[in-house]
Design a protein around this ligand. Structure first.
Ligand SMILES: CC(=O)SCCNC(=O)CCNC(=O)[C@H](O)C(C)(C)COP(=O)(O)OP(=O)(O)OC[C@H]1O[C@@H](n2cnc3c(N)ncnc32)[C@H](O)[C@@H]1OP(=O)(O)O
Ligand SMILES: CC(C)C(=O)C(=O)O
Ligand SMILES: [Mg+2]
Length: 512
């Protein structure tokens, strides 16, 4: 395989230090429950990260209990706890039974003078004492010179040499306020590398959007470990993004890591769900559009050979994603033909041109084209109803008030049987969609992948359009939408349409 980087890094091994549960959780407004933290820790272990920073035990009793719980999970990765260079912080980490204590102190003048109010000499001595204390207690030790990138270089090297002398296992160079340039980072790490003989780790913040670039330059200059967070969450604009750092290292540089990249998307989704911080569709690697194509020229190329308009050195399968062909304003006939063949339709050239033209007309009104739209357009152009309705909705009702749990009942013909199902939820839409899902026993298991409500008109009587995506057990997604002045009706209609189409597609997929 060809790598688009300088030869010296090919085949080298680098380790990944994940701080989603510590710096990631410092994202303003984010707070993870102990159960969520444990789930993320297990997921990161499955993903293959080398070190997991589980938290900052001194910060609260709950945090301490959680770090202790993660440390006693028996995970393959090393569990690390964060501590200031204060004995109570170090003890809190050691009490949790972590494998590694990560201790830090400010070394830049601006932080030293205005926050901890210590002299340079006092900082060196506090750092050395902390490292010795950690080593005396039998844990691995990482030392961070906080705000390293704004620290006087000679003094920074003096601090690092002092902690190395005290038995520190690995030093971390944090770009705490994200001000470093990539070339500046290369020079800084080169200097540290030529003065210190223990491994170097980097921790880059994303204030200017270059945390990943800075991390990669640090690796080029000799860093052996990178600190990252899932989805790049963290203080202010966040930290270097795990998926991006790992895929750049592996695919562009040919560097080896222990990451099982096929779990990257799954991990990203878990952290999105637990934190409520959702990735924009154009997020590299894990975004919904990371491997999606709408433009006709691109889609034609990709259908012939994916590498024509994708990096090739990184495929959707490598990161647990899926390639998607999206129909819309920019689509061409190859894409439409392919999408129709997936629902068993082989149009003539004339029909194909007409279907494409109608799709563009709809898209030109600013509309997204769902799978259900293609189906409807093709039915109209071919002059026959192509869809088979496995579910024929007869009625639904939903009850909600400030005093009751929203509860819905649906009645439908499913296959050739009349079925009534009920369910409850956090609101009337949730209850209704769950009730529809309950009718499907024995047919398929679906997950709602995407759910959006947009008001088409204004006012409290606005017409609302609901777009919904349903995913089957194999991760295949079908989309539909519906509009109504009643948002529950629009939601149920969209879901039933999407499920009917998914069931049709599944019949065809099983014959292929
Ligand atoms: C760059 C980073 O991400 S560093 C990690 C930042 N993370 C967090 O702060 C999240 C968790 N933090 C907390 O729960 C609290 O801040 C605590 C428990 C750590 C401390 O709480 P408090 O005692 O109430 O102090 P507060 O947070 O207001 O101020 C920080 C104190 O730590 C001191 N401090 C900061 N860094 C260090 C350090 N590395 N070593 C020693 N002392 C330090 C400050 O000088 C200040 O001390 P002071 O109270 O004697 O003036
Ligand atoms: C604790 C340290 C490493 C940190 O998060 C930072 O400097 O940004
Ligand atoms: Mg940080």
């Amino acid at each position: 395989m060809a790598f688009y980087s300088d030869e010296p890094l090919i085949g080298k091994h680098k380790t990944i230090f994940d701080t989603t549960l510590r710096d990631g959780e410092q994202t303003p407004g984010v707070s993870l429950t102990n159960e969520q933290k444990l789930k993320i820790a297990r997921q990161l272990d499955k993903l293959g990260v080398d070190v997991l920073e589980a938290g900052f035990p001194i910060s609260s009793e709950g945090e301490k209990q959680n770090v202790r719980a993660i440390a006693s999970e028996g995970l393959s990765l090393d569990v690390c706890g964060l501590a200031r260079v204060l004995q109570k912080d170090l003890d809190a980490c050691i009490d949790c039974g972590v494998d590694m204590v990560h201790t830090f102190v400010s070394t830049s003048d601006i932080q030293r003078i205005h926050t901890i109010k210590k002299t340079r000499e006092e900082v060196v001595s506090m750092a050395v004492n902390a490292v010795e204390y950690i080593k005396d207690h039998g844990a691995k030790c990482m030392f961070s010179a906080m705000d390293a990138t704004r620290t006087d270089l000679d003094y920074l090297i003096e601090v690092f040499k002092a902690v190395e002398g005290a038995g520190c296992d690995i030093i971390n160079v944090p770009d705490t306020v994200g001000v470093m340039s990539p070339s500046g980072m290369y020079r800084l790490i080169s200097q540290v590398h030529s003065n210190v003989n223990i491994p170097i780790d980097v921790h880059c913040h994303n204030d200017f959007g270059i945390a990943v670039a800075n991390s990669l330059m640090a690796v080029e200059a000799g860093a052996s470990q990178v600190q990252v967070t899932v989805n790049g969450i963290g203080e202010r604009a966040g930290n270097a993004n795990l998926a991006q750092v790992v895929m750049c290292l592996q695919s562009i540089y040919g560097v080896k890591t222990n990451i099982n990249t096929e779990y990257l998307l799954e991990t990203s989704k878990m952290v999105e769900n637990f934190t409520g911080i959702h990735m924009p569709p154009n997020t590299p690697i894990v975004g919904d559009n990371a491997f999606a194509h709408e433009s006709g020229i691109h889609t034609h190329g990709v259908l012939e050979k994916a590498d024509t308009f994708e990096p090739g050195i990184m495929t959707p399968e490598m990161v647990g994603h899926r390639r998607r062909i999206v129909l819309g304003k920019h689509a061409g006939k190859h894409a439409v033909k392919q999408s129709l063949s997936e629902i068993g339709i082989q149009p003539t050239e004339e029909q194909l041109d007409e279907i494409l033209s109608r799709i563009k007309t709809i898209a030109n009104r600013g509309k997204r084209i769902c799978d259900a739209d293609l189906h409807a357009v093709a039915s109209a152009v071919l002059g026959k109803n192509l869809g088979h309705e496995t579910i024929k909705l007869k009625e639904f009702s939903v009850m909600t008030s400030n005093l009751t749990t929203p509860t819905a009942v649906v009645r439908a013909i499913v296959g050739d049987q009349e079925v009534t199902a009920s369910n409850f939820g956090v609101g009337p839409i949730d209850a209704s969609l769950k009730a529809v899902g309950s009718m499907l026993n024995g047919y398929t298991r679906i997950k709602i992948r995407d759910f959006r409500i947009e008001a088409i008109t204004g006012g409290s009587d606005a017409l609302a359009e609901v777009t919904i995506g349903v995913e089957d057990e194999e991760g295949r997604v079908v989309t539909a939408h519906s509009a109504s002045a009643d948002i529950v009706t629009a939601s149920v209609d969209a879901l039933v349409t999407a499920i009917n189409l998914l069931l049709e597609k599944k019949k065809l997929w099983s014959m292929q």
